[in-house]
Write a protein that binds this ligand. Structure first.
Ligand SMILES: [Zn+2]
Ligand SMILES: [Zn+2]
Length: 160
C-alpha cells in the first residue's frame, strides 16, 4: 500500500529527528493483517530484518494508525523488542514531543474489548494448508512442532 509507505517514511523521519535510533533494517512495505482481530499491529524480526504489520481495523482511524506505526517503529530500536524500560522511555519521549498516545492496549467502543499490540516471536506454519499459527511466547508446540498437527491434519514447521 503506497500511502502507508509514505506515512511510514514520514513517521520514521520524525522519530530520527528526535534522536530515536529507528533501525535502518526495516523491510519496505507495511503489511496489512486482515485476520488477527484483536491486534493493532506487530513488529516482526527475522534474520536481522524487521517488518511491520498493522491490522486493517486501524486503517480508517488516522490517529490510531499513526500511533500504531510509531509503536511498532519503536520496537526496531536496539533493545526494544519488548516493552522494556528503553522502549517505554522512547514512547514517553514521543508522546511528549510529538503528541502521540503510544499505548499497548486501546479500548474500542462497544463490547468488543480492547485491541492490543502483540509481539509475535514464533510462527508455526502448516506444511499442507499453509495456515500460520503465531505465538507471543515459547510453548510446547513452538519447542516441538512435530508433535502437533494443524486442524487440517497437516504437519507443522517453525518458520520464525
Ligand atoms: Zn509493542
Ligand atoms: Zn493445515
Amino acid at each position: 500500500m503506497e500511502e502507508l509507505d509514505g506515512l511510514m517514511a514520514m513517521l520514521r523521519s520524525e522519530l530520527l529527528a528526535l534522536g530515536i535510533p529507528v533501525s535502518g533494517k526495516l523491510l519496505p512495505g507495511v503489511r496489512v493483517n486482515t485476520r488477527a482481530k484483536r491486534r493493532l499491529g506487530c513488529c516482526y524480526y527475522q534474520g536481522g530484518r524487521y517488518w511491520i504489520e498493522v491490522s486493517e481495523r486501524v486503517l480508517d482511524d488516522e490517529a490510531l494508525l499513526k500511533q500504531t506505526l510509531v509503536h511498532e517503529l519503536l520496537h526496531t530500536c536496539p533493545k526494544c523488542r519488548d516493552h522494556g524500560e528503553r522502549w517505554k522511555a522512547y514512547a514517553r519521549l514521543v508522546n511528549e514531543k510529538l503528541g502521540y498516545k503510544i499505548e499497548r492496549t486501546v479500548k474500542t467502543e462497544g463490547t468488543e474489548g480492547p485491541l492490543r499490540h502483540e509481539e509475535v516471536k514464533y510462527i508455526l506454519e502448516c506444511q499442507s494448508c499453509g495456515a500460520r499459527i503465531e505465538r507471543m511466547r515459547m510453548s510446547k508446540a513452538v519447542k516441538c512442532p512435530w508433535r502437533y498437527r494443524c486442524p487440517c491434519g497437516g504437519k507443522l514447521r517453525r518458520v520464525l
